[in-house]
Design a protein around this ligand. Structure first.
Ligand SMILES: [Zn+2]
Ligand SMILES: [Zn+2]
Length: 104
């Protein structure tokens, strides 16, 4: 670890919707180790979980940390853009418009 983290710091966990970018704050008091992401964005209703269509595994969210103060950390989780297992690019939303195919 190159970055010296203080032994005690305040950790705030946020979740960011991959579709509309809304920030969802984790309920205060919840343990940050168990970052419980909401299943759906409360603003646009997009799913926050990503499942890989190629290997059918659940892709973990990734997070970025920001330190506004030396002893204050804001961690923002976002839905994974790539599968951690096979590297497939994950579609943010399943589109239903697959074109109209009419039978001949
Ligand atoms: Zn959203
Ligand atoms: Zn995969």
């Amino acid at each position: 670890m190159s970055k010296n983290k203080p032994a005690k710091f305040k950790l705030t966990v946020d979740f960011q919707c991959g579709s509309c970018g809304a920030l969802i704050h984790q309920a205060p008091g919840a343990p940050p180790e168990k970052a419980a992401a909401p299943k759906f964005c409360p603003r646009c209703g997009a799913g926050m979980e990503r499942f890989c269509l190629a290997c059918r595994k659940k892709a973990d969210m990734f997070f970025e940390e920001w330190w506004p103060e030396d002893d204050e950390c804001i961690r923002t989780y976002s839905p994974a853009k790539r599968c951690g297992s096979c590297g497939a690019i994950l579609e943010p939303e399943k589109k239903t418009d697959e074109g109209d195919w009419s039978e001949a």
